[in-house]
Each structure stands twice: as structure tokens, then as C-alpha cells.
Ligand binder design. Structure first.
Ligand code: ARG
Length: 636
């Protein structure tokens, strides 16, 4: 960092910015060019207004639309008493000095609008993008324990996401959790956090006793080895069918006044209970069989996650919660008077511990059933402590569908009520709405792989419509796969997380509108321009950027300068759509520029300058796409 700071001050001197930049918290000019302007403007405005710079700096805002300027100051935010905001604005404007970096401000209502001098912006920004490359947009300070002293290390965040259930369908809820969780992991990693990605599998409970019985009856080693996920699911469906048939039988016998005790005592339900009891009691054979199912499923999941550029650091799961921990937590809840016995079961009646409506709305979850078995919530309570002990995290995010809002509220509240207040304060539920009507073309079960295959097939058909282009793509099936995945992901990330949306294969695979293929096309087009122009990287770095004076070039420079701020803003919203909306806005400006900023036919110096701009735009687009979890393609 030290070297880049020095380079930057040299550069600023050459642009006649002689006063050193004032330091502010969260101001990092070497990774965010716009921070140079923030610091510079603050220094000027402190002079002009007489207000403390510590008040001015955070009041400066970036803008969503370029027409409003590159930065604005809401005059009332400086809290100067005695004069009306518009009078103050006039007064400050008249005192505003010449600056090498910004034009004189304009007044818009109670706002001062600042427009950057774009020739200077280009010289500060473009070389920084070209040299930082894949790192551009990252800002490692956010994750530092002490932003002033990197040697104190990074803060650690656990992102728990995906978390499917073994032998059950990987449904839309898991897909969304995977996409959003992967994105959040990338976001925090880029912000300098130490990210631990945890997959909390549904892999424990009586149903896994039943699954083992099902395997004895219907299982095939061959089928298991070939496709564990589907095979285990088939078995699970078959054995569940048997079990519900048995239940019907019991009911019929009882209604007819006959003895059903044999079926009850020896039937599948009871066998499954016993089998699971053996697992809990660490019966070797039972555990070995279960571990095999688990490992084979994880192996297959890993392959699918790899297609989505996702990996996990820890495959945890409900099975990994220790009995001793559950006993310990049960005791804690008893001692603190949070839990109570009700009809033989242990429950938490929140209305007794949390006053008013809030307490009622948390309901009365069961912690331990009459027969002593633990539940989903019980395991989560213990798992949270295990994670605290294992990872000593600073923050933890659970990426789970909004259907489980209540569950997570109960979990967090219990942790707080039993006295772990600090722990409760550092956990966060990131929720999301549903995908409506997600099914495969064949209509049947919805495993992630089937969905991805369907969308890839569809993209392959779309690609083949343009034969001449299609023939140039080296590995069309692989590209179709990536484009299919992009289609699904972009559709998923288009709206706010909490919104439901319909799964619409035609819309998501279209090149029209703000879709995955559109974004990929924008990237591939930039790659193709670069291939044809073939300007050496060194020349790009030495390009004469003052030639980029057309309005289209200026707008493109200004919009790409915003990327680091957009990423910072995303750390607040935690919404993928914040990035996506920006990438589409930028791509639209880009696509309207091509006719005005031609490469072919331009004279060499101009061509080099334009190529430097296009390459900077490509880096921003590519970095944004990769942050979202997409793999930018070079040809399609
Ligand atoms: N396996 C659960 C499901 O499919 C999701 C797990 C969410 N995470 C948690 N810590 N409860 O519904």
C-alpha cells in the first residue's frame, strides 16, 4: 500500500494538486479514486464554509444519476444556523476557488452539485483500474480489526448458506440461499474480511434412520455410486410411501376396533426410531452407513457448487451438533428459567420472557419432545455455541428463506435470554422470498443439476440460432452451461432479496432486457474488441487519456469511477441487486458508446486511448460479475 500511496501523491502533484490529501476515516484514495475527490472537496469546503471537515466529509454523497453531478452536498447537512440553505449555497458558490480536480459547483435546490473535471479523473482512474485489475473495487480496510493497523489482522465472518437436506430435493430455497450466500461471501472477502463459508446440512433425525431402512429394502450399491443424490431421494420417497401405507393400515385396524399393536411396535416408524437411536448412541455400523450416504452426497454437491464458483470451508450439519453440547444448553435454559416442562415436553414460552406483542409473536417452540428427542431448533442453539468456540467470529450471517424468519428469531432470542448477549448481537439473518413455479421441463423433481441442465439446453438452442458466431465458439456446450447459470443467477438477483419472483425460463435466457445473457454479451463484446485491436498492455498504460473528450467517453469514465463506491454501498444494503443495477446501467452507457468511440479506423493514438477506456470498463464489468458469482465469458 505504501508504494501506491507514494505513486498517487506523485500523480496528484503532476495534476497540480499540491496540498496533501487530508485523511478521514474510511477514506482510501489508493483504492478508491473518488475518495481523492471527497478529501479534496472537504478541504476546500472547510475553507469556504468554516465548518469542521469531520462534519463535511461524511455529508458528501455520491449520485445515482450522472446528470446530478458526481458528488453532491446537501447544504442543511452542515447545520449552519442563521441563514437559509439557498442563501448559504449562493454564498459558498461565490467563495468557491479554482480547483484542478472539480468544476465550480452548481446549485440545485438545497444541494450543491459537483462535477469532476473528467480529463483529470481519467488520468487518476484508468491507470489505477488497469494496474489493480481483478483487485479493483476491493477495499481491504472494512474487514480490518483496526483500520489504522493492518498488523492486528482481519475480522472473521461466518456465512452459512445453501444448507440442503440429504436425500431430499435441492429446492428453490436452497438455490437462492446458495446464490445469495456465495455473493455475500465474495463481498466480504473483497472487503478484507476472513470469510468462513459454512454449509449446514440437514443430515440428522429419525428420517435418516428411515433412509437406512429404505436402503436395505430398495438400495443398490451401483446406483448409489453413480448418482447418490437421486438414488437416495428415490429410496427416501419409496420408503416414505411404505410408511404412510402402514400408517393408513394402523388407522384402518384401529377404526375397525382391531389390534394394531404389532404394526405399531414393529412397523417402519418404530424401526426408524430405533435405527436413529442407534445412530445417536454411536452404533458403529449404523453410523458408518450414514456417513457413507453423507460423504457421497457431499461429493456430488461439491461438483454442482463448483459449476457455480462456490466452495465451502466447512460442511457442518445437524449431525455435527454434539449431544454434550445439547445437554449443556438444555441445562443453561433450565437454570435461567427460560425453558419449562409442558405436557411432558420441554418448551420455551416466549410470552413469559419477552414483554408484549413481541413475546407472543415468538410463540412457544418445543425444545425437547416428550420422548427426549431434540429438534431442529435445539440443534441450532447448540451449533451456534459450537461455531463461536471453533471460529471466534466477529459476525455471522445465516442465509435462509423468509419462511424460517420465526425460527431464526426464536434462535437469536434464546441465545440472548440465556445470557450470551454479545453472541446474540453478532448474528444476522439474511432472508429472501420464494421462487414461484420452479420446475424442470420434464416437470418432475427439482434438483439443482436438472434445472441447470435445462437452462443450459435452452441457451444452447439460442446460441445455435446464430450459426456463424456459434461456429467460432470453441466449446459451445461449456459456454451454454455458463450462460445458463448466468441466466438463472441474474434473474434471481434482479429484485430485492425479499421479493418473490416467477421462474421464467424464456425471460431469463433472452438477450433482450436486463438478463444474464445480456451482461455476458456486453463482456464478450469488449473482449472481442480487444482481440481485434490487439494493443499491448504497456501501451494502454501510457495512453494519452486527454484524447477521451467526447461526451460518451466522459460518461463512461464517470460511471466506472463509481464502482468502488457501489461496492461500499452494497456492504450496507447486502443486496446483490445494488451491484447488478449498476452493472446494467454501466453496460447501457457502454453499448451506446460504441458508435461514437470507434476503434477500427481510428488513428493509433486515439485508438490506444479508447482501448484503455474499454479495457478499464471490461475490468469493472468483469469484477462486478465475478463478485456476483458469474463467470464472464470471452466469446459466445
Ligand atoms: N436445512 C434447512 C432447510 O432445508 C436449512 C438450514 C438453515 N440453517 C440453519 N442454521 N437452520 O430448511
Amino acid at each position: 500500500m505504501a508504494a501506491s500511496t507514494e505513486m498517487l501523491s506523485e500523480k496528484l502533484k503532476s495534476l497540480s494538486v499540491t496540498a496533501p490529501l487530508t485523511k478521514f476515516p474510511n477514506c482510501h484514495p489508493e483504492v478508491n479514486t473518488v475518495d481523492i475527490y471527497r478529501s479534496h472537496l472537504t478541504t476546500i469546503l472547510a475553507d469556504v464554509t468554516g465548518v469542521e471537515s469531520s462534519v463535511i466529509y461524511p455529508a458528501l454523497q455520491w449520485t445515482q444519476t450522472l446528470e446530478k453531478g458526481d458528488m453532491v452536498l446537501p447544504v442543511p447537512a452542515l447545520r449552519v444556523k442563521g441563514k437559509k440553505p439557498n442563501e448559504l449555497a449562493e454564498e459558498w458558490l461565490s467563495k468557491f476557488p479554482e480547483s484542478p480536480l472539480v468544476h465550480k459547483p452548481t446549485i440545485n435546490g438545497t444541494f450543491l452539485q459537483f462535477f469532476f473535471k473528467v480529463d483529470k479523473l481519467a488520468q487518476l482512474l484508468i491507470p489505477s483500474i488497469l494496474t489493480r485489475g481483478k483487485e479493483f473495487g476491493n477495499n481491504p480496510y472494512n474487514g480490518l480489526k483496526d483500520p489504522e493497523d493492518p498488523s492486528k489482522g482481519k475480522k472473521r465472518i461466518i456465512v452459512e448458506f445453501s444448507s440442503p437436506n440429504i436425500a431430499k430435493p435441492f429446492h428453490a430455497g436452497h438455490l437462492r440461499s446458495t446464490i445469495i450466500g456465495g455473493f455475500l461471501s465474495n463481498l466480504y472477502a473483497g472487503a478484507g474480511w476472513d470469510v468462513v463459508r459454512v454449509n449446514y446440512l440437514g443430515d440428522w433425525g429419525k428420517q435418516y434412520g428411515l433412509l437406512a431402512l429404505g436402503f436395505e429394502k430398495y438400495g443398490s450399491e451401483e446406483a448409489l455410486a453413480q448418482d447418490p443424490i437421486n438414488h437416495l431421494y428415490e429410496i427416501y420417497v419409496a420408503i416414505n410411501k411404505d410408511m404412510s401405507a402402514e400408517k393408513d393400515q394402523i388407522k384402518a385396524l384401529e377404526e375397525a376396533g382391531q389390534d394394531a399393536s404389532e404394526l405399531k411396535n414393529e412397523g417402519l416408524d418404530e424401526q426408524a426410531r430405533r435405527y436413529f437411536k442407534a445412530m445417536v448412541d454411536k452404533d458403529e455400523k449404523a453410523l458408518a452407513q450414514w456417513a457413507r450416504f453423507r460423504e457421497m452426497s457431499i461429493k456430488r454437491y461439491k461438483e454442482t457448487y463448483a459449476r457455480l464458483n462456490i466452495h465451502f470451508d466447512d460442511y457442518s450439519g445437524e449431525s455435527q451438533v454434539k449431544e454434550e453440547k445439547m445437554e449443556f444448553m438444555a441445562k443453561k435454559m433450565e437454570e435461567t428459567g427460560i425453558s419449562e416442562i409442558s405436557e411432558g415436553a420441554v418448551i420455551v414460552d416466549f410470552s413469559k420472557h419477552v414483554p408484549g406483542k413481541a413475546g407472543k409473536s415468538l410463540e412457544r417452540p418445543i425444545i425437547k419432545k416428550k420422548d427426549g428427542t431434540a429438534l431442529y431448533l435445539t440443534r441450532d442453539i447448540s451449533e451456534i455455541m459450537q461455531r463461536e468456540e471453533k471460529y471466534h467470529f466477529d459476525h455471522m450471517i445465516y442465509v435462509v428463506a423468509s419462511q424460517q424468519d420465526l425460527h431464526l428469531k426464536q434462535l437469536f432470542k434464546i441465545v440472548e435470554l440465556i445470557g450470551y448477549k454479545e453472541l446474540a448481537a453478532k448474528v444476522q439473518h439474511i432472508n429472501f422470498g420464494m421462487v414461484l413455479g420452479m420446475s424442470t421441463r420434464k416437470g418432475t423433481v427439482k434438483f439443482l443439476d436438472d434445472i441447470l441442465r435445462d437452462v443450459a439446453d435452452k441457451m444452447h438452442e439460442v446460441m445455435q440460432k446464430n450459426q456463424s458466431k456459434y461456429e467460432q465458439v470453441e466449446n459451445p456446450l461449456a459456454v451454454a452451461d455458463v450462460l445458463g447459470i448466468s441466466s438463472v443467477m441474474v434473474q434471481d438477483m434482479s429484485g430485492k432479496r425479499i421479493n418473490n419472483y416467477p421462474f421464467d425460463m424464456d425471460a431469463m435466457t433472452s438477450f433482450e432486457g436486463d438478463t444474464g445473457p445480456y451482461l455476458q454479451y456486453a463482456h464478450a463484446r469488449l473482449c472481442s474488441i480487444a482481440r481485434k485491436a490487439a494493443v499491448p498492455a504497456e501501451d494502454l498504460l501510457n495512453a494519452n487519456l486527454s484524447l477521451l473528450s467526447e461526451p460518451h467517453a466522459e460518461n463512461l469514465i464517470r460511471v466506472i469511477s463509481q464502482y468502488p463506491d457501489v461496492v461500499q454501498n452494497t456492504l450496507k444494503t447486502l443486496e446483490p441487486t445494488t451491484i447488478l443495477t449498476y452493472l446494467f446501467k454501466m453496460s447501457h452507457i457502454l453499448s451506446s458508446s460504441y458508435d461514437h468511440l470507434r476503434i477500427m479506423g481510428s488513428e493509433k493514438e486515439l485508438m490506444t486511448a479508447r482501448m484503455a477506456l474499454y479495457e478499464a470498463a471490461r475490468i469493472v464489468l468483469s469484477n462486478g460479475m465475478r463478485l456476483l458469482g458469474l463467470s464472464p465469458v470471452e466469446r459466445m
